[in-house]
Design a protein around this ligand. Structure first.
Ligand code: NI
Length: 386
């Protein structure tokens, strides 16, 4: 595999670091042991550290040569709130927490790059190693931006990487424009009169209204969104009733909305409200819509995306770099960093353990990626800050 020999020689040590993090996963904003470990290692490498938010760590390193360039490299550190089912010797020792998304690997790859760069310093300018909390649903990147990340440590560009089962091991995918989707949630509460199931003419029925609304919501993607654009509306929870012979007074619908473009997101939100309220009204039922915007879409800037494609081509070979893969409809809080600073987010192909994908209880990070990911970071710094 195409990694720097100095990093390849350390592969076993890096796997040890990664497995230690894996055994001690921590949930959003509670990454105390992880942040302490990162900070201790960075300091041992001669990298100055600062906290941005309670568990966010930023390491600062200057190159051997002066230069105006400032690059941000980001790794996420948090685990998922789920139980691990791998049976591995270094499995989670924290009940209810599991590194099922490989953030233990992301943290290790960035630490390895920090050590290598601190030893070689073969660049001009400054690198900011950004170790962020709470990627999994709690917007740790947003918290760091709001805590002054880029005011305190300005960056010309910021980069993030995620291991990606499904893409062959060691391949890289990056594209200009949307890379990941926005993710919103909605709750629709339908309120009706309810009554005796044998006398429907004497009441209004939230169950029939809910059924029509679920069906009508499907027209948002098929009729309202541009067919050449991607969008998802999924109703994932339906709750109503308690008996065979009672029409209930309420019904609840919940779901998620994904899109790649802001204008599509606006149209889908308006559509969810309009359909819930309008279809409900037509059937004599009142609808209350609680629509909550989550992560925005992760949109890569053209220049930085091209930089990643070029650096990755040098490291893993042009035939293993993909710039035409479609975006994922999953979401990623790196989006908030890209709203505050130009940059790019990219995928590093991984072999999931026994074919398990991200967020599967049997997933484990692919340790073969550690020297490759670290090499990508090192070469990015050395070529962009040459
Ligand atoms: Ni992840």
């Amino acid at each position: 595999m195409p990694a720097l020999p100095a990093l390849l020689a350390k592969a076993d040590e890096l796997a040890g670091w990664r497995r230690d993090l894996h055994a001690h996963p921590e949930l959003a904003f509670r990454e105390h042991r992880t942040a302490d470990t990162v900070e201790r290692r960075l300091r041992a490498f001669g990298v100055a550290t600062h906290r941005v938010t309670e568990t966010g760590v930023v390491g600062l390193l200057e190159g051997a040569r002066p230069g105006p360039g400032r690059l941000g490299l980001r790794a996420d550190m948090d685990a998922l709130a789920m139980e691990e089912r791998t049976g591995l010797p270094y499995r989670s020792t924290h009940p209810g927490a599991f590194h099922g998304c490989g953030h233990d690997g992301h943290t290790t790859m960035l630490l390895a790059a920090a050590r290598h760069l601190s030893e070689t310093r073969d660049f001009a300018g400054a690198v900011r190693f950004i170790f962020q909390p709470a990627e999994e649903g709690s917007a740790g990147a947003k918290a760091m931006v709001e805590a002054g990340l880029f005011e305190r440590f300005p960056c010309d560009a910021v980069y993030g990487l995620h291991n990606w089962p499904g893409l062959p091991r060691g391949h890289v995918a990056v594209r200009p424009g949307p890379m990941m989707a926005s993710a919103d949630q909605f709750d629709v509460l339908l309120t009706a009169s309810g009554g005796h199931a044998a006398m429907p003419h004497q009441c209004t029925d939230p169950v029939v209204a809910a059924a029509h609304i679920v069906t009508a919501l499907q027209t948002l993607v098929s009729r309202r969104a541009d067919p050449a654009d991607a969008a998802v509306v999924s109703v994932t929870r339906v709750e109503a009733g308690s008996a065979y012979n009672v029409i209930p007074e309420t019904a609840l619908l919940r779901g998620t909305v994904r899109s790649l473009r802001p204008e599509t997101r606006d149209a889908l939100e308006a559509g969810v409200r309009q359909i819930a309220v309008g279809v409900g009204a037509a059937l004599g039922v009142s609808a209350t819509v609680d629509y909550r915007r989550g992560y925005p879409s992760t949109v890569n800037d053209e220049g930085p995306a091209a930089v990643i494609a070029r650096v990755a081509s040098d490291v893993v070979g042009a035939e293993r770099v993909h710039t035409d893969r479609p975006p994922s409809m999953g979401a990623e809080d790196f989006a908030f960093l890209l709203q505050a600073c130009p940059g790019a987010y990219f995928w590093l192909g991984a072999e999931g353990r026994e074919g398990c994908g991200l967020h599967h209880p049997g997933f484990d990070f692919d340790d073969a990626l550690l020297p490759i990911g670290a090499t990508l970071w090192v070469r990015l710094v050395e070529t962009e800050l040459s």
